[in-house]
Design a protein around this ligand. Structure first.
Ligand SMILES: *Cc1c(COP(=O)(O)O)cnc(C)c1O
Length: 328
C-alpha cells in the first residue's frame, strides 16, 4: 500500500477535536505519585504515573479506536472495520466498533493469546485466526477488507489513532503542569508521536523520552537513522512493544521533538512491573511498565526532576502475573 506518504500528520487541532469526541465516552484517567515509588527510584526524582491501565479495555489504545470510529461517516461505519493485532489494538477497535454499532473483524496470527482472543470475542468482534505472524495476519486483513468493502485499519500509520491517543497527553499536561519529562513506551510509535505533538503545543519545556524493548528495536533504530524505514526481529516478551517494523507517520512526528530514545531489557521491564505492583498497587503488562524501566535505567539523568511515566496497559496474562510476583 503506497498510502503512507499521502497521510497528513495530525495537528494539535485534531487532538483537541478528539478530546471533544471522546468526552462522552471516556473519563480522564488518574495521575498519581507514590512516595514509596519515588523512594525506590531515588535521586530526588518525583514520579507521576499516568494510569492508562484504568481504561475500560485496560490500555490507552482505546482512545485511538474511539476517535477513529467517531470520525467515520455513517455509511463507512455500517460497512465496518478490519484490524490485525495480537492484543490491545484489537481490543481497542472491537470496543470502539461496539460503541458505534459497526461490524468489526480482527485478524490474529494462529494460536493467539487466549485471554486477548476471548476479550475481543466478548466485545462482539468477529475473530479470524490466520497466518504465522502479524505480517501474514495483515495480508489476510487486507484481503477481507477488499472483499467485504470494510475499512482496513493500519497498526501505525493512522492519523486518527494518533490524534485520539493525544488526548492522554492533553490530560496529563493539565493534570500535572511543570513536568520536566514524560517517558513513553513505544511499539509502532503512535503514543510517542502523540506525546511529541501535544508537548510541542502545550508543554514546550517538557522533554519527551521514548523507551523500546531492546529485543524489538525497529522504531528506535529508525529514529536513530533519521526516520528511514527499518525492520527488526522480535525478541521481547512484552507483547505491546513487539512490533517488527517502523511506521512512517509516527516517525515523522517524533523525528525532531523526541529528546532521547532508550532501550530496556525484558529483565529490566520485569523489575519495573514488580515495583509498580509493590509501590503503586498497579498490575502492568510488560509494555505498561517499560516507561518506569526506562527511568530506572538512567537514574542520574532524571535526578531531582518531575517525570511522568505512561502506564500504558495492564493486560498481563496469568502466567505473566505469576512470573512478576515470583520476580521479587
Ligand atoms: C501498543 C502498546 C504500546 C506501544 O504503543 P505504540 O503506540 O504502538 O507505540 C505500549 N504499551 C501498551 C500497553 C500497548 O498496548
Amino acid at each position: 500500500m503506497a498510502t503512507a506518504l499521502a497521510l497528513a500528520a495530525p495537528t494539535i487541532t485534531d487532538a483537541l477535536r478528539a478530546r471533544r469526541l471522546l468526552a462522552g465516552h471516556l473519563p480522564a484517567t488518574p495521575v498519581w505519585s507514590y512516595p514509596t515509588l519515588n523512594a525506590a527510584v531515588g535521586g530526588g526524582t518525583t514520579v507521576f504515573v499516568k494510569h492508562e491501565n484504568a481504561q475500560p479495555t485496560g490500555a490507552f489504545k482505546v482512545r485511538g479506536g474511539l476517535n477513529l470510529l467517531a470520525g467515520m461517516d455513517e455509511a463507512a461505519r455500517a460497512r465496518g472495520i478490519v484490524g490485525y493485532s495480537t492484543g490491545n489494538h484489537a481490543q481497542s477497535l472491537a470496543y470502539a466498533a461496539a460503541r458505534f454499532g459497526a461490524p468489526c473483524v480482527i485478524v490474529m496470527p494462529a494460536a493467539p493469546n487466549p485471554v486477548k482472543a476471548a476479550a475481543v470475542r466478548a466485545l462482539g468482534a468477529e475473530l479470524v485466526e490466520a497466518g504465522a505472524d502479524l505480517a501474514e495476519a495483515a495480508a489476510e486483513a487486507e484481503r477481507i477488507a477488499a472483499v467485504r468493502g470494510m475499512r482496513l485499519v493500519s497498526a501505525g500509520d493512522e492519523p486518527a489513532l494518533i490524534a485520539g491517543v493525544a488526548t492522554a497527553y492533553l490530560e496529563l499536561f493539565e493534570q500535572q503542569p511543570g513536568l520536566d519529562a514524560v517517558i513513553v513506551p513505544v511499539g509502532g510509535g503512535s503514543g510517542a508521536a502523540a506525546a511529541c505533538l501535544v508537548a510541542a503545543a502545550v508543554a514546550p519545556d517538557c522533554e519527551v523520552v521514548a523507551v523500546q524493548a531492546a529485543g524489538a528495536p525497529a522504531a528506535h533504530d529508525s529514529w536513530e537513522a533519521g526516520g528511514a524505514p527499518v525492520s527488526r526481529p522480535i525478541r521481547t516478551r512484552a507483547e505491546g512493544l513487539a512490533t517488527g517494523c517502523s511506521f512512517a507517520l509516527p516517525q515523522s512526528l517524533i523525528r525532531r521533538r523526541l529528546a532521547e530514545f532508550l532501550l530496556v531489557s525484558d529483565e529490566e521491564i520485569a523489575r519495573a512491573q514488580w515495583l509498580m505492583m509493590r509501590e503503586a498497587h498497579t498490575l502492568c503488562e510488560g509494555a505498561g511498565a517499560a516507561a518506569l524501566a526506562g527511568l530506572l535505567s538512567r537514574p542520574g539523568r532524571f535526578a531531582g526532576r518531575r517525570v511522568a511515566v505512561m502506564c500504558t496497559g495492564g493486560n498481563a496474562g496469568e502466567a505473566e502475573i505469576r512470573a512478576v510476583v515470583g520476580h521479587s
